[in-house]
Write a protein that binds this ligand. Structure first.
Ligand SMILES: [Zn+2]
Ligand SMILES: [Zn+2]
Length: 204
């Protein structure tokens, strides 16, 4: 049986069944692609989570098992609101792992969710209640729990690294060049330039 290392529980902060779903999905995807946990920047994970649903915990499991961490910009959510993710390498090989509906239906019947529906946070739910749901996630035969496909045509590249930074003429803080805005001949960071949050995205 797959075991969740203790450091991963600590990193995630509480015990729940969805972080383990992501951890297991990551292990499966790495095995199928024949790759190890990423050390540097060559692999990307695309969890299909959105916001405002509890299953987003799976993204921490994916980060822990694949090494595709947020800080290294190796993980990006698609906002589809689905319990699935794709692991991608620059060699254009991609593997998608999706939770089977029947697996999620059965998972939803565990007592853990009775507590969650009452608004009790996972860290306050007794381990005796959470453990059966976690074990179900880790022990369900792979083909019952997940659907594995090899999507074609996925293209992804990250913005090129730029090491050039300039000081903002208003606040004096450093800002990386591509985020610099010019107003009346002044070099300004985005907050000082008064840009809206929606306008801060940078294209590759
Ligand atoms: Zn969680
Ligand atoms: Zn500024």
């Amino acid at each position: 049986m797959l075991e969740i290392p203790e450091w991963v529980w600590e990193f995630h902060g509480h015990h729940c069944p969805f972080m383990p779903i992501g951890f297991r999905m990551g292990v499966i995807a790495m095995r199928e692609l024949g790759i190890d946990k990423a050390k540097d920047h060559g692999v990307f994970a695309f969890p299909e989570i959105g916001v405002g649903h509890p299953q987003t915990c799976m993204a921490d499991g994916i980060q822990a098992s694949t090494g595709c961490t947020y800080g290294k910009m190796m993980i990006e959510r698609t906002n589809y609101g689905k319990i699935a993710f794709t692991l991608y390498t620059p060699e254009k090989r991609a593997l998608r792992v999706a939770a089977q509906p029947g697996f999620l239906d059965e998972l939803g019947a565990f007592e853990f969710f009775d507590y969650r529906k009452k608004g009790i946070e996972p860290s306050e739910i007794p381990w005796e209640v959470t453990r059966p749901a976690v074990e179900y996630v880790l022990n369900t035969p792979e083909n019952e729990a997940f659907r594995i496909t090899r999507p074609a045509g996925i293209e992804f590249s990250r913005p090129k690294n730029s090491f050039t930074k300039v000081r903002c003429d208003a606040c004096g803080e450093y800002v990386f060049e591509r985020y610099l805005r010019t107003r009346d001949g002044k070099n300004l960071c985005i907050p000082c330039a008064g840009y809206l949050k929606e306008e801060t995205n940078v294209t590759p």
